[in-house]
Design a protein around this ligand. Structure first.
Ligand SMILES: Cc1ncc(COP(=O)(O)O)c(C=O)c1O
Length: 405
């Protein structure tokens, strides 16, 4: 469990480390990747072992999993204090699949889906690709911190037919309080609309914060609520699309199970199933150590920026391994530099002004803020799920790049 050692992921067919993909967002094929949301840490040893056993057997036929979510129920209970009968936990082939399927089942074409912004891009793509309209509801932002702006949220919800909520929030790293979650649920209940809560980052909350599952808060509110979570980010097995859903109402659960069964999508594959089982049964200690490590890295980043470049502000960053960095103070100068020298920033058409600037001048590939909504052009999303030494060196180069303007 030495997180100071990162895996060498070059030549492992990783999109995060793919040179062409890196160039596409950063205009520099050899920029170091701090973008796609997976980590460079090796998974917990038992998970690696489960993968090795499978590979060693050299045979990959249909598995005979007992369709048992007991290990998942135990994890949720220990980690978040949510006591759930295992029968209420429904398997899904990845979190976004569960989200898209739920949205299609519990809203109809033309409906308006409220999503807080900045938003993880699939939250825009999924409603749009499925004929829904998006209500992009900006979070509040003050002094480098994002928060739920209740007044705005309530106003935007008046026109909404469904809410997609992300808790903890990607990309800001907000961990919402119980009061905030209750407010979201009560708002949904008032308008009789469903809340889908994407909690894929919930097992990576840092020691200074506490995640509360939406479904747990909803036990006292009684809104229509779907809570989605997964082992993929938590245990760095995101290449295996495996997730779980919990429904507030049994009719909703039945509809979801029937839709999955109709699409023949109701069982995990052999690898995802084995890795997830190893993760949930044996990954507790590793997970605690990782949350500590990520919390310390976030703190070191915040301190470094405050001391060396207060014009760059790191957002909340209380969970997981991605955070927004506010570069607005430098935006105009960076824009003038990038637009004034198109020859220097060629090849980065998939990115934005900031991601190309930092790709070329700091050798750091990050997601441009515009990936999360056009209002966020002054931000980048930085993935610190790697060794702290790499993170701090990248930050030094980022600071040097803005100071050289
Ligand atoms: C908030 C959020 N939801 C869902 C996903 C992807 O989930 P999956 O790969 O299980 O579909 C990600 C990946 O970055 C994410 O950040």
């Amino acid at each position: 469990m030495n997180f100071d050692i990162s895996a060498d992921r070059r030549n492992t067919n990783s999109i995060k480390w793919n040179r062409e993909a890196i160039e596409n967002i950063s205009a520099n094929p050899v920029a170091e990747p701090f973008w796609v949301a997976d980590m460079d840490f090796y998974p917990e040893p038992h998970i690696q072992e489960a993968g090795k056993v499978l590979a060693g057997q050299g045979i990959f036929g249909y598995p005979s999993f007992p369709k048992d979510t007991q290990a998942v129920a135990q994890w949720v209970r220990t980690k978040h204090g949510w006591i759930l009968p295992k029968e209420k936990i429904v398997y899904a082939q990845g979190l976004l699949h569960a989200l898209a399927l739920s949205m299609n089942l519990f809203s109809k074409k033309g409906d308006k889906i409220l999503v807080s912004s900045p938003m993880y891009r699939p939250f825009r793509a999924i409603p749009q690709r499925n004929g829904r309209e998006l209500i992009e509801s900006n979070l509040g932002y003050e002094d480098g911190r994002f928060f739920l702006d209740r007044e705005k949220f309530a106003k935007d919800a008046e026109n909404a037919d469904m809410i997609i909520f992300c808790s903890p929030q990607n990309p800001s790293g907000i961990v919402f309080t119980e009061e905030e979650l209750r407010f979201v649920l009560e708002t949904a209940k008032k308008h009789d609309i469903t809340v889908i809560s994407d909690e894929i980052h919930s097992d990576l909350v840092h020691p200074n914060a506490k995640h509360i599952p939406m479904g747990l808060v909803n036990e006292r509110v009684g809104a229509k609520c779907i809570t989605l979570f997964a082992p993929s980010k938590t245990f760095n097995i995101a290449g295996e699309h495996i997730a779980f859903a919990v429904f507030s109402h049994s009719e909703m659960e039945t509809a979801f199970r029937e839709a999955e069964s109709a699409l023949w999508l109701d069982e995990p594959g052999i690898t995802g199933g084995e890795l997830a089982y190893a993760a949930y049964t044996k990954g507790g200690e590793y997970n605690k150590a990782l949350c500590r490590y990520l919390g310390e890295t976030a703190e070191a980043m915040r301190k470094y920026l405050a001391e060396n470049c207060p014009g760059l502000k790191m957002a909340n960053g209380d969970a997981s391994f991605v955070t927004f960095i506010d570069c607005s103070e430098y935006y105009q100068r960076i824009e003038a530099e990038v637009l004034g020298h198109p020859d220097r920033y060629q090849g980065g058409e998939g990115g934005g002004i900031l991601s190309r600037f930092f790709g070329v001048n700091a050798g750091v590939a990050m997601n441009d803020g515009t990936w999360f909504g056009s209002d966020w052009y002054g931000f980048v999303r930085f993935n610190y799920g790697t060794s702290r030494v790499r993170v701090m060196k990248a930050l030094e180069r980022i600071v040097r790049a803005v100071k050289s303007l």
